[in-house]
Ligand binder design. Sequence first.
Ligand SMILES: [Zn+2]
Length: 167
Amino acid sequence: METKRQEIITQCDNQKSKLDETKPLNILIDEAYKIFKKYIDDDTLIFKNKKIFFNIKMNKYSFREQGFEHIITKDFGKTSIPLYDKNRVIHLPIIEKIIKQCCNNKCSELKVFKDKKDICIWCKRIDFLIILSERNNGYLLKTAYPVVYTHKRQSLKRKANENDLLL
Ligand SMILES: [Zn+2]
């Protein structure tokens, strides 16, 4: 009976929380943005007893918070023209799932480790990475994205083994 319960806890359903990728990108960005605003307003994302907060400086082109723009943009580089990435947009609800469920339940699919000064939270099941930076008043969520490249996955695996942090 005890084993059965354990199985249910470690069975994470992050995959199901994605937004519907068949919808057009602009609709999905609106949906994701509403969720992001809720993260800020509700203020209930907690990691290791400290609040997670976001960069709420407004992007002068989109009039949305930089923290949001970073999450949904691929290769936010030198150009000021953002390249919005549908795959990143549809994954936005998973941030809350991982922080509230996987972290609290010590999900077996989760790896938490340090990468230089950053804290990485990696859900191996769906290959999603959350990057936090510790500050005096909590953790700044720098970015969060689905891992799509094999070399990135390999480097995460290596760092996770070297710098494993217990939840
Ligand atoms: Zn999980």
